[in-house]
Ligand binder design. Structure first.
Ligand code: HEC
Length: 147
């Protein structure tokens, strides 16, 4: 008797649950809220940030780093929120270029205003990261390290 062993069933089928169901659709009310944040955020940005970072977010020479295409923004919302509230000092690197000037604090901005500005920054100049809510911002502000 010839034994022919053929492994027919060595292939393991991995069923992965990627969860790609209809979750991606943003509700209409969230969309309206996002648009409100963006309108307010733009006005506040121009008042409080634009003088340095410029209306187009490109910054100014080696003095003020860009927000447009900034790698510093990547996955760093919590820190950005704290920087807006408390300012920023000391050397930082943005897109491979070192900056070392003081960014002023904004103690008078409310959590809502900071949420609007942050949402504007994270949804402008090619980014579309969606709403950064006032609740999120309040949580981050509680955790900012005190200097
Ligand atoms: C007086 C000028 C000035 C103003 C006004 C200002 N910044 Fe800045 N900003 C700076 C400087 C300078 C740095 C770099 C700080 C350092 O070198 O430590 C910086 C850094 C940053 C960074 C991190 C680096 C980057 O480019 O991604 C973010 C984000 C930022 N600012 C956002 C804002 C936002 C939002 C506002 C408005 C609420 C604002 N800044 C207002 C000067 C300013």
């Amino acid at each position: 008797m010839t034994k022919i062993v053929i492994a027919f069933y060595t292939a393991v089928i991995l069923v992965s649950c990627t969860g790609k169901t209809g979750e991606s659709s943003v509700s209409a009310s969230e969309q309206v809220k996002l648009e409100q944040y963006l309108v307010e955020g733009r006005t506040l940005y121009l008042q409080h940030c634009g003088a340095c970072h410029q209306a187009d977010g490109k910054g100014l020479a080696r003095l003020y780093p860009p927000l447009s295409q900034s790698d510093y923004l990547e996955g760093n919302v919590e820190k950005v929120v704290c920087n807006i509230r408390n300012g920023l000092n000391g050397p930082i690197t943005v897109n491979g270029i070192e900056y070392n000037q003081a960014m002023p604090a904004n103690y008078n901005l409310t959590p809502l205003e900071i949420a609007e500005i942050t949402t504007y920054v994270y949804n402008s100049w090619g980014r579309s990261d969606g709403l950064i809510s006032v609740l999120e911002v309040e949580k981050y502000l509680k955790n900012c390290s005190k200097d």
